[in-house]
Design a protein around this ligand. Structure first.
Ligand code: GLY
Length: 422
C-alpha cells in the first residue's frame, strides 16, 4: 500500500515538474499512442479475419456493412500492408511486422502491372514501407521494377504519365485517350526513390516532367486543381480540364486537392525546386483557408458541391446525390501532407499548417469519425467517399483513409519527439 502511494506521489511530482509546453507535448504523444493502439487493435482483428482467394486486400465496407476485398492489381491494394508497417514500427510489434510482410509479399506480381498509373500507390505503400521498416533482400529490386513499369506509361510528346487508358466525359460528348489525374502526383514518389537508388536519370526525368506538366496545366491560379486534364496524344497539347470524381469540371474535389498538396510537397522534398514548394503551399492554403471548410477541418467531398456556378455533367451520379458528405480520406491525406509541409514551409506558414493538421487529426480521432472498438468492420475511420459521380463507396470506411490517418499520426509523433520524418 505504502509503495503504491509513494509511486503516485512520485508521478504527481513529475507531472508538476513539467512545463506547460512539455506537458502539452506529453499529452499529444499520449494522444498519438492511444490512437495507434486503437488502430492496431482494429487491424489485428482484420488480419485475424483474413480472406482466402485472389481478392485478398481489405478495401472498404459495402452499403450493407460487408467487407469488400480487392485483388492486388487494384489501386488501393498497397494501403493495407502499408498501414500494418506504420503500426508495426510505431508499436515495435514483430507480429504486426510479420503480417505487414506477408501482405506485402502478395503485392509482388503487381510490379509488372501496366494497366494504370497506380503502381506507385500500390508498390510504394507496400514495398516502400517494407524497405523502410523491415527491409529484405528483394525489396529494392521489386521497387525498381515497379518504377520501370510505371515509366512505360510516360509519353515523350506529352511529357506526362497517362493515368487511365481512356475516359468518357460525364458530358457524354467525347472519350479522351490521354487523361491525367491529379492523383498521379502520388505515384511519383516511387519514381524518385528508384531514380535515387539506381542512379537512373531517365526515371527521375519522367517524374520531374510529369510534376512540371501537372503544375502548369492541372493546378489553377487560386491553388485549386482540375481532377482530370486531357492532353492530345499526338502533340502533347492541353485540351481541357474536367472532373471524374468531383462535382463539376470547375469545382475542387477534396481528395484531389489532398493528392496535390501531398504530391507537390513530396516532389519538393525530392527536387529542392522552390516552384514545387510554392505550388504545395498554394494548394494547402486553398484547403486550409477555404470558407466552406468546416471548423473541424474535415472537408466536404467537394469544396463546391451544390454551389451556384457549379453544374455536374449530365451523366454524373453527382446529379442524384443530395447529401453533402464529408470525406475523411481527403482530410487524413491532407493532415499527413501538412505535417510534412510544416517542416519546410516558407513565409511564416509552418505553424499554421501544423495547427491545421493537428486539428484534423483530433477531429478524425473523435467519435464523430473514429469507429467504436471492434466496429466498422475493424476499419479505423468512418465517413469517407470513394466516388459520388460513379455512385460508389459513399460514406463508408476506406483503407486509404486509415492509411493516411495512421501515417499522419506516425509523422506527428516524430515531430513531437524532434525526429526527422525521412
Ligand atoms: N486515386 C483514386 C481516388 O482517389 O479515388
Amino acid at each position: 500500500m505504502k509503495k503504491h502511494w509513494t509511486l503516485r506521489l512520485a508521478l504527481a511530482a513529475t507531472a508538476l515538474a513539467l512545463s506547460p509546453a512539455a506537458q502539452a507535448q506529453a499529452d499529444e504523444r499520449a494522444f498519438v499512442k492511444e490512437n495507434m493502439e486503437f488502430a492496431a487493435g482494429q487491424y489485428r482483428r482484420m488480419v485475424a479475419d483474413a480472406p482466402a482467394g485472389k481478392a485478398v486486400m481489405p478495401h472498404c465496407l459495402d452499403a450493407r456493412g460487408r467487407l469488400v476485398r480487392v485483388p492486388v492489381y487494384s489501386w488501393t491494394a498497397g494501403f493495407f500492408p502499408g498501414t500494418l508497417w506504420y503500426l508495426a514500427d510505431y508499436l515495435d510489434d514483430s507480429v504486426l511486422a510479420d503480417s505487414a510482410r506477408s501482405y506485402t509479399l502478395r503485392m509482388e506480381p503487381t510490379k509488372n502491372y501496366t494497366g494504370n498509373h497506380d503502381v506507385g500507390f500500390m508498390m510504394y505503400c507496400s514495398y516502400g514501407n517494407a524497405l523502410r521498416f523491415g527491409p529484405q533482400r528483394d525489396d529494392e529490386d521489386v521497387l525498381t521494377t515497379s518504377a520501370r513499369t510505371l515509366c512505360k506509361r510516360f509519353d515523350e510528346r506529352v511529357g506526362a504519365i497517362k493515368s487511365w487508358n481512356s475516359f468518357r466525359s460525364w458530358h457524354g460528348d467525347s472519350t479522351y485517350t490521354y487523361p491525367v489525374i491529379i492523383d498521379n502526383m502520388m505515384n511519383l514518389e516511387l519514381l524518385f526513390h528508384a531514380a535515387r537508388t539506381t542512379g537512373d536519370e531517365d526515371i527521375r526525368r519522367v517524374a520531374v516532367s510529369h510534376a512540371e506538366k501537372t503544375m502548369r496545366w492541372q493546378v489553377r491560379p487560386d491553388g485549386s486543381c482540375f481532377h482530370v486534364v486531357y492532353y492530345d496524344p499526338a502533340t502533347g497539347a492541353f485540351i481541357k480540364g474536367e472532373t471524374a470524381q468531383g462535382y463539376a469540371d470547375n469545382s475542387t474535389w477534396s481528395r484531389g486537392q489532398a493528392w496535390g498538396i501531398y504530391g507537390f510537397t513530396m516532389v519538393y522534398r525530392e527536387t529542392g525546386d522552390k516552384r514545387f514548394l510554392e505550388t504545395a503551399q498554394r494548394m494547402a492554403d486553398f484547403y486550409v483557408n477555404h470558407p466552406a471548410l468546416p471548423s473541424d477541418g474535415v472537408a466536404f467531398w467537394d469544396f463546391d458541391a451544390y454551389r451556384p456556378g457549379f453544374v455536374p455533367g449530365k451523366r454524373s451520379g453527382a446529379n442524384r446525390v443530395v447529401t453533402d458528405y464529408r470525406d475523411a480520406s481527403a482530410a487524413a491525406c491532407t493532415a499527413s501532407a501538412l505535417l510534412e509541409l510544416s517542416t519546410v514551409a516558407e513565409n511564416g506558414s509552418a505553424a499554421r499548417y501544423r495547427e491545421a493538421a493537428v486539428r484534423i487529426l483530433h477531429s478524425l480521432a473523435s467519435p464523430a469519425y473514429r469507429a467504436g472498438e471492434g466496429k466498422n468492420g475493424n476499419f479505423i475511420l468512418r465517413h469517407s467517399v470513394g466516388s459520388i459521380p460513379h455512385g460508389s463507396e459513399i460514406d463508408v470506411p476506406l483503407t486509404y483513409a486509415d492509411y493516411y490517418f495512421v501515417e499522419a499520426l506516425w509523422r506527428y509523433d516524430r515531430l513531437l519527439a524532434g525526429k526527422p520524418l525521412f
